[in-house]
Write a protein that binds this ligand. Structure first.
Ligand SMILES: [Zn+2]
Ligand SMILES: [Zn+2]
Ligand SMILES: [Zn+2]
Length: 57
């Protein structure tokens, strides 16, 4: 039996579907985001750029 025991978190951006390892997350307070764009609330309305993810604020 093999198990991959990596802590993953979903991006706290409500429209974002990205999941990433906790150690690679961008932390803002207690929330984890996949990238700076999400962490900043898509101020420039830029998407996070990940395939399959449509979030852009
Ligand atoms: Zn995303
Ligand atoms: Zn995100
Ligand atoms: Zn986002």
């Amino acid at each position: 039996m093999t198990s991959v025991n990596v802590d993953t978190v979903k991006c706290a951006c409500p429209d974002c579907v990205c999941v990433m390892p906790l150690q690679r997350a961008v932390m803002r307070g207690e929330k984890a985001y996949c990238c700076d764009e999400c962490a900043d609330g898509h101020q420039g309305h830029a998407g996070c750029g990940h395939a399959g993810c449509t979030c852009h604020g």
